[in-house]
Ligand binder design. Structure first.
Ligand SMILES: [Zn+2]
Ligand SMILES: [Zn+2]
Length: 239
């Protein structure tokens, strides 16, 4: 199996990532990826780019060096009602919205119920495509209840390669999420969450973990070019 698209990456625009868009796209080309999504952090993350950055992403052509470049954001969940830090006006113009919880950005004390509530709200948000790295122990939610709603509403559950390196306390939950996705037939997407160009297309830890639970390839949306292109077409995104 070859993962052919990396749909969660950061550039220097996030200010805590270290390669330019050109370098990230070049790395995707070198690794033979069909597509990369540039998903710099939404407004609430300190040092993230502002409105004009996201509204001007059309400056980058749709295909660069043979790589399809999806223009996106990693929107931050800002409260346990599941609200995002990006206005609808901007979200509706972007091709690829990953929505993630980053602990430091939520003031409310988390609970299982409130986290479940937040993820249910993301499941209902029409602009969200990918549920980013949702295995954080602090924000554990009811996987059995929410993941079928992700499936029903066409949200892709992310298995994030960085989790296995930089968020090791989330690994156990991440595997539980993958197991529930397998049991319920919910599509997932494997992403690098690269913050540096050499990490683009690095999926090996996520793939190893999924192999351990015999995760079905047909549920991994970016496990073949035809499967990924079919997803793009079904969702009105140009190839
Ligand atoms: Zn994140
Ligand atoms: Zn990220």
């Amino acid at each position: 199996m070859k993962i052919i698209a990396d749909t969660h990456t950061h550039t220097i625009a996030s200010t805590h990532a270290y390669s330019t868009a050109q370098e990230m796209i070049g790395a995707a080309a070198e690794k033979g990826l069909y597509a990369i999504a540039l998903t710099d952090h939404g407004y609430a993350m300190p040092g993230s780019p502002g409105r004009w950055f996201f509204e001007s992403l059309g400056a980058i052509p749709p295909v660069v060096g043979g790589v399809r470049v999806l223009k996106g954001v990693e929107a931050n969940v800002i409260n346990l009602d599941g609200e995002l830090d990006m206005p609808e006006r901007v979200l509706k113009r972007l091709e690829w919205v990953v929505a993630s919880i980053h602990g430091g950005l939520i003031e409310e004390e988390p609970s299982f119920e409130r986290s479940t509530n937040a993820y249910l709200a993301l499941a209902e948000n029409p602009y969200v495509r990918v549920i980013g790295h949702s295995g954080t122990p602090e924000f554990k939610y009811d996987y059995e209840k929410v993941i079928p709603v992700f499936k029903k509403n066409g949200k892709l559950v992310e298995i994030n390669n960085n989790t296995f390196h930089f968020r090791k306390d989330s690994c156990k939950n991440c595997m539980e999420i993958a197991r529930v996705c397998k049991a319920t037939g919910t599509p997932i997407i494997i992403n690098s969450d690269a913050h540096f160009s050499s990490r683009v297309g690095e999926f090996s830890s996520a793939l190893d973990a999924l192999r351990e639970i015999d995760f079905p390839e047909e549920l991994i949306i970016n496990s073949s070019e035809s499967r990924f292109k079919a997803y793009l077409s079904e969702n009105g995104i140009s190839l």
